[in-house]
Design a protein around this ligand. Structure first.
Ligand code: GSH
Length: 214
């Protein structure tokens, strides 16, 4: 079985969402991202030179990094026909598109600075000002769609779901976008997603990671 190195409430939670929604079993190796300490002993730096999650160690010992790639790998293991996406289909490339959008425009584009303790409030506010254009893209796309690929919750949605888990700590305002707001409520109400947010919130407290102040 593959092992996911997972720091609670960080982007590796999106990979946990994909595993749960796709019915894919993974070993979870918990860690504290603030200290880089693995719960099993040792440092995340020993696994990933960058000291970042998400990292997936495959059965053959090889490593996959980059959350979007980890999510794409997980969905490819799913036997759930509603979750797995045929790699030759148009939907597959839409999945890749939205995973990349989440990784670059939302995660790195917004959170990277907003949650960066060394950034000044002025810099954070300038980055927050980039959010509306990105939200316009989502708002338009979600017109007439329940999920990013249409009628089914897919791997593409897992990264965006995670964005909305943390967006309340980031002071980026998406409450005035009706399609986004309906989507946010729809995905966060999913039982598997709710259960993981709850267990990760507990794990975050147990590990005293404290990355995202309320
Ligand atoms: N390129 C990586 C970046 C992931 C990333 O920024 N992860 C954050 C957690 S959400 C992290 O590990 N931050 C710790 C650090 O950068 O030191 C990816 O796409 O997965």
């Amino acid at each position: 079985m593959a092992t996911l190195y997972h720091a609670p409430l960080t982007c590796s939670l999106a990979a946990c969402f994909a595993a749960a929604e796709g019915g894919v079993d993974l070993n979870i190796a918990p860690l504290n991202l603030a200290t880089k300490q693995l719960a099993s002993g040792g440092s995340l730096y020993d696994v990933n030179t960058l000291g970042q999650v998400s990292v997936l160690k495959l059965k053959d010992g090889s490593l996959l990094t980059e959350t979007s790639t980890v999510i794409a790998w997980i969905q490819a293991q799913s036997t759930n026909a509603d979750f797995r996406i045929d790699p030759s289909s148009a939907d597959y490339f839409q999945m890749l598109r939205w995973l990349a959008f989440c990784a670059t425009e939302l995660h790195k584009g917004l959170f990277r600075v907003i949650f960066y303790q060394e950034a000044t409030d002025e810099v954070k506010d300038r980055v927050r000002a980039l959010a509306p254009l990105r939200f316009d893209v989502l708002e338009n796309h979600l017109t007439g769609r329940d999920f990013l690929l249409g009628g089914r919750y897919s791997a593409a949605d897992t990264y965006l779901t995670w964005f909305f888990v943390l967006s309340r700590y980031a002071q980026v305002d998406h409450a005035t976008y009706p399609n986004i707001e309906a989507y946010r409520q729809r995905v966060l109400a999913r039982p598997a997603i709710q259960a993981l947010i709850e267990s990760d919130t507990q794990l975050d407290q147990d590990l005293r990671q404290n990355l995202f102040a309320a």
